[in-house]
Design a protein around this ligand. Structure first.
Ligand SMILES: [Zn+2]
Length: 414
């Protein structure tokens, strides 16, 4: 009997302790909705009905002290507060334009309401609560973030940015797609009818306020009637580094192939001071010559769009490919072009565009490979390229398994 009384006693004390703790610390996260419990409206976890609420933004020349003194808090109290919180929050860091909330309360019936809690919102997600109801406390808090999975399909009619805006999608999608496909899609030369599908998250705070999009998990860009898949996958799980790979685990950050031929040999290098006996003078060689038998397939060294296909007396049959805003490549002296290659054709890295020959000024069968960077011809063999590694072969089965549902979902978006 006595024992059970003690138990009840402990229970009451622990309940009281809980209660006490709760009144001091605003609970984190929203209250669970329960139809049997009367839900008290709250502002930043404080019951609304207990405070006078002032919502405003930090004005130019506003200071923490000025705001509080405008609400009749004595300077000595303000000074004490700033001193007590200075290790956790420097009040000088409040920035013009950021929202804040002031919760005030009357100390007695005949007194003015005075500030008790100052809440500063440094960005849409993070906020700081300075509570000086009795002792001074400061908390740095994060709003509850909810992610809602979203898919989108956009058919390009005007431009990437315009069409994304017309579909009421975040402009950040365009930026993300630009980054993912920088080496695959030439965004300056999109065609009407190119399209893309994406899977990503819309991010909300407190379930209601839209703050933007999360990373793109998977995408399919139909560019020049060819699908280009991209899947986000961690290359370093410890440091949370992600990269995008295609449906076979190849990187989308394409390095250029070292040569436009699978076999052959370098017969002449890029040389600005090449002396040509025939002319009796220096004539720079702006390309790299790869000698190979007539008919050897010539490959595009990176994904791109054919921008020139033609014949000149010097170049012979040649093709020029634009890869992105920075790089283009050119292939000279072809015996013939590959089938289906036209100006405007989208080609993938390694795709055959023509065949070795000796048309134009060529002493023997070779391809003169020219590398353009920002409109100037540079030495392809000396150009430093970003590293571009595929998924490690040991991780490939795991990767292919991981992308399956994404690929399936992409294919089902209409
Ligand atoms: Zn050459």
């Amino acid at each position: 009997m006595k024992k059970s009384l003690i138990w009840i006693g402990i229970l009451i004390i622990s309940l009281a302790a809980c209660q006490h703790k709760q009144s001091k610390t605003p609970p984190s996260g929203p209250e669970k909705k329960d139809s049997t419990v009367k839900v008290i409206a709250k502002i930043y976890d404080y019951p609304k009905n207990q405070f006078l609420i002032t919502k405003d933004t930090i004005a130019p020349n506003d200071t923490f002290g000025k705001i509080l003194s405008n609400f009749h808090l004595p300077y000595s109290t303000i000074y004490q507060i700033t001193q007590k919180i200075k290790d956790n929050f420097d009040v000088k860091n409040i920035k013009t334009g950021r929202p804040y909330v002031l919760l005030s309360k009357q100390d007695s019936l005949d007194s003015l309401p005075r500030p008790k809690v100052f809440i500063y919102q440094q960005d849409p997600i993070h906020y700081t609560v300075i509570d000086f109801q009795d002792s001074v406390k400061v908390w740095h808090k994060t709003k509850k973030i909810t992610k809602k999975r979203k898919t989108a399909y956009v058919n390009i009619q005007k431009s990437l940015y315009q069409d994304i805006a017309d579909h009421h999608l975040s402009p950040k999608l365009a930026m993300e797609l630009n980054n993912i496909y920088a080496w695959t899609v030439d965004f300056f030369h999109l065609n009407k009818g190119d399209s893309f599908k994406v899977i990503y998250d819309d991010i909300y705070i407190d379930d209601t306020t839209y703050v933007g999009i999360g990373p793109i998990y998977a995408a399919e860009f139909n560019y020049g009637n060819r699908p280009f898949y991209a899947f986000r996958y961690p290359t370093d799980t410890i440091h949370q580094i992600f990269d995008y790979f295609d449906e076979e685990g190849r990187t989308l950050r394409k390095q250029f192939l070292k040569a436009p031929l699978k076999f052959g040999r370098i017969s002449s290098r890029y040389n600005l001071r090449r002396f040509i006996k025939y002319y009796g003078r220096i004539k720079p060689h702006l390309g790299t010559d790869f000698a190979a038998p007539t008919g050897t397939p010539i490959m595009s060294t990176a994904n791109g769009t054919i921008i020139k296909k033609g014949y000149t007396s010097g170049n012979g049959n040649y093709i020029k490919i634009r890869h992105n805003a920075t790089y283009s490549t050119q292939y000279l002296h072809m015996s013939r072009f590959a089938k289906g290659i036209h100006v405007g054709s989208v080609v993938k890295q390694g795709e055959i565009i023509g065949y070795v020959g000796s048309t134009g000024h060529a002493s023997g069968p070779h391809v003169c490979y020219r590398f353009w960077k920002n409109g100037r011809q540079v030495d392809a063999l000396k150009e430093k390229m970003p590293p571009a590694k595929p998924i490690d072969s040991t991780l490939l089965p795991q990767y292919l398994e991981y992308i399956k549902p994404y690929q399936k979902q992409l294919d089902s978006i209409l």
